[in-house]
Design a protein around this ligand. Sequence first.
Ligand SMILES: Cc1cc2nc3c(=O)[nH]c(=O)nc-3n(C[C@H](O)[C@H](O)[C@H](O)COP(=O)(O)OP(=O)(O)OC[C@H]3O[C@@H](n4cnc5c(N)ncnc54)[C@H](O)[C@@H]3O)c2cc1C
Length: 484
Amino acid sequence: MAMMEPIARPSPNPNPSILFLRASSSVRRISSVAASRFPFDRWRSRPRFRAAPPRSADASLPKSEHDVVVVGAGIIGLTIARQILVASDLSVAVVDAAVPCSGATGAGQGYIWMANKTLGSETWELAARSKQLWEKLSESIRDQGKDPAQVLGWKKTGSLLVGRTQEEMHMLKKRVKQLNESGLRAEYLSTSSLQLKEPALKIGKEGGAAFVPDDCQLDASQTVAFIEEGNKQFLSHGRYAEFYNDPALSLVSSASAQIVGIQTSKRNLYAKRAVVIAAGTWSGTLMQNLLVQPNILPNIPVMPRKGYLIVLENFNKLHLNHGVMEVGYMNHHRSTSGAVENYQSLPSISMTATLDVKGNLLLGNSRNSAFGSSRQFVGFNRELDESIVQQILDRAGQFFPALNALSLDIKIGKRIRIGHRPYMPDGKPVIGPVPGFPNLFLAAGHEGSGLSLALGTAEMVTNMITGDSRTIDHKPYSVEGRFC
Ligand SMILES: Cc1cc2nc3c(=O)[nH]c(=O)nc-3n(C[C@H](O)[C@H](O)[C@H](O)COP(=O)(O)OP(=O)(O)OC[C@H]3O[C@@H](n4cnc5c(N)ncnc54)[C@H](O)[C@@H]3O)c2cc1C
């Protein structure tokens, strides 16, 4: 029997009808994912937004005032809070329906990679900036005399994107060329060179890999603990507050119809400058339920995409020198029109493998919808499906045959993490202000790259709130033009 990791702490949304008190029929349509095609156009054609009618707070609840209130304590919400604290003199409150790491973040494998990002794609610049910021953070930890491996679970292993067919080899060579053109170190490895770098990996004579030596990985839980600890240092200055196990229920608006705070299950949190919704895959539903009147805020079509990660604890039977990902199932999920296909409940499995700093072997996932993985569209269901676990193991065994002979050790030693990646049908997160509500910001929909993109996202949101223009181009991520 597989053991569930303790990240199945209080579910952020154990019962949607409790947390989201005013679920509208349109919201139910989104999360049920029952349609055969993702109904993207319907949202586009929505009328522009009316101003929110004033909604006063429940005066019986305790209240506090902050400059910024962040909803969601996943990697995105917590890094936004951190960036605001270190880059400005504003105060921040973070609120979460459960506790940090209880969403997708707690299941993340930890790739901070460029190998699987595409030069020229809309997310390239954000990915590059974010990786640079992660590297700076690890360097600053080292400068303080600490070991980033101990603090963040940081490892600069380099990445191997591996393929086994002629077509994949062609694609990988092209990718190496593009990565080099962008200034990154990357090299194509034939089977024989790959064998020397990663002896446990067997991909056949035809195979090869793109090797990106500067790609890194981190441990999501360790990193979140570090960020939280840093944020808490501002507690004594009165600049930081956190409220967990306390879901945001509604927005509070002023007589002039501007957002002035949020009401949670236990309190009113006033925000002088901004409210940031960073609730991962719950952000779309939440946006529709924060105001009593439906359809005032845009519908953000973020969907929960279930992913599994198998953790083989202290696994010394197979050694990995690098992070490894197969470059299979390209375009499995997307048609050329961008419509999502087969998303109802069809899992797609691809191999990824990393060894973390504690010696655990992590198997299971990949980066985004262009790459297959153990992903399913099954709403917020967290149940363990052993057949998916077996498929992940079988797939890994095709690349690491040694695993096939170790099935008993695996059975005994494995733990499973399950998380819902915040999937966006157009493959990009949504980051920026909500049109008509200059104090309301969104930062969600990072799907399989939220850890990777977190620091760049945090910098972008902070710069928007503080009015700092030194930011990378945020247009690809804006709400306006995409959802209204
Ligand atoms: C198996 C797996 C492997 C992955 N591997 C990688 C990887 O290697 N590299 C990478 O970059 N990314 C990876 N990802 C993706 C990454 O984990 C996500 O993109 C990222 O964690 C999203 O962070 P988030 O903060 O937006 O959402 P979450 O972590 O889901 O956080 C959202 C938070 O909002 C809270 N919330 C919900 N509703 C409310 C409410 N009403 N009020 C208050 N709070 C609320 C929830 O409790 C939750 O804590 C992986 C994901 C999975 C599932």
